[in-house]
Design a binder for this molecule. Sequence first.
Ligand code: NAD
Length: 521
Amino acid sequence: MLPKRLREQPLPAHLQSELVALTTNHGGEVISVASPLIDEPLGTVPAGTTDDVDEAFRRARVAQRAWAERSLADRTAVFDAFHSLVYRHRDVLADIVQLETGKDRTAAFDEVLDVLNNARYYARNAATFLAEKRRPGALPLLTRAREQRIPVGVVGQISPWNYPLSLAISDAIPALIAGNAVVAKPDSKTPFSCLVVKQLLVEAGLPADVFQVVTGSGQKVGGAIAERCDYLMFTGSTATGKKLGRTVGERLIGYSAELGGKNAMIVAPDVDVQKHARTMAIACFSNAGQLCVSIERIYVHTDIYDDFLHAFTHSTESLTLGKGLNWDYDMGSLIDDTQLKRVQTYVDDAVAKGARVVTGGTPRPDVGPLHFAPTVLADLPADANLREEEVFGPVVYVQRVGSVDEAIDLANALPYGLNASVFASPHTAWEIARRVEAGSATINDGYAATWGSMATPLGGVKESGMGRRHGRDGMTKYTEVKNIAQQRIVSMRGPHAMPKRLYGPLMTSALALSKRLRLLP
Ligand code: NAD
């Protein structure tokens, strides 16, 4: 039973034990889960072993067969019920996310909205995406062909800490509705968001063994999942994504990798910077910049550079910092000390090499122990580490460019290609968006417009990933395609009595005629 709201204190003992009971782990060592909002640990979860992962797959494989045999209507009904439960428990879900991450309430609520979006979208569209399709056969009238979608089996899911609720389930929803089971490993910093999702899934009617959660270390538990699953859904850093890519490559299984980015914003000269300045700041500093699609570099046309910098700095400085389970501030905490040090190190390196701090640049211990001021850097030297590397914190640099073409070239120059943001008049903006090398290009906004457009597949190009979430692709990737064809009336080789030498001329004439009459695709 979930409480209505939580407070800034460790999770209540009964809730902790209910949630831990939902893991597949067998006790043993535990991992202490810290909270940026309180001094004591939020709770503990088991540190999983390879045996736990074995057990999760054993159970998931048995459960998956029965789950896949249930009608699609039955499976989608579970996710309609899940949608209602997430909606009903939205406040406590946002509380758990905030307690685990220290993020602001808007960012926590974005996670709730994302889960609702995915549950609704895939429950509503699964029948279309998974329907058996009639396809043109090899020979018109004589061959009937069908395309069938079969669940791959057990999907492994490894997720990071920055969006622990939405990344625990949004990608798993289409996998589950398609008839798969899932073995999930949340990040050890944020396991409770994933476990509370499991609680709601079970309450919604999902057989408990269909969604297994094994808590524990990335290398041990995550590695073991990659060694056993039939498809791997990974969200995290490019470095880990490449490692896992080697494992799944060796095993020849499907892989979706949603990885890091160094997302660029392009500001063209025909933009009203006053009007968009706050949206631009939100594009960089939402969730304190700990967001894969947020902006870390801005290329601004020289004609409006000064106006832009003035308006953007003002908006950045207007962002309020805060902590706690309330709506009263714009930007929350970083997740932990490692993250704080990482951000400070990047800023110090840039400044030591000659970058100018336009605003921010330091921690904000007056707000909280892990808060860092939203930071704008200018005059960035070529050798600053953050020029090309992802900070994953509230730091952006601004660079003057002589033309839109130069901005596009700079945006495309890095190995990453996750998201780009474009501020320009509509005609110019769509033109720029078509030319940037990124899996998404968001116009007049940072990332929310593309992320929230559920019907369009989303993901990264180049070193930002492979595979897509959302849209039809976000579901069909979890299926194998079976091609079933029936030959009728006469064999593909012609009538038995036909002399063999007629086969070639007959078939080529049949294909030529089919082409002329457009009987074949
Ligand atoms: P990370 O790769 O270190 O960890 C992500 C997950 O992988 C965690 O659950 C971790 O325990 C696990 N893991 C770590 N090493 C592993 C290994 N050797 N084998 C198997 N699993 C392993 O990522 P992070 O630094 O914690 O997360 C931030 C990164 O994630 C950033 O680069 C960010 O851009 C990226 N990210 C991408 C998206 C996206 O949708 N593209 C979304 C969120 C975060």
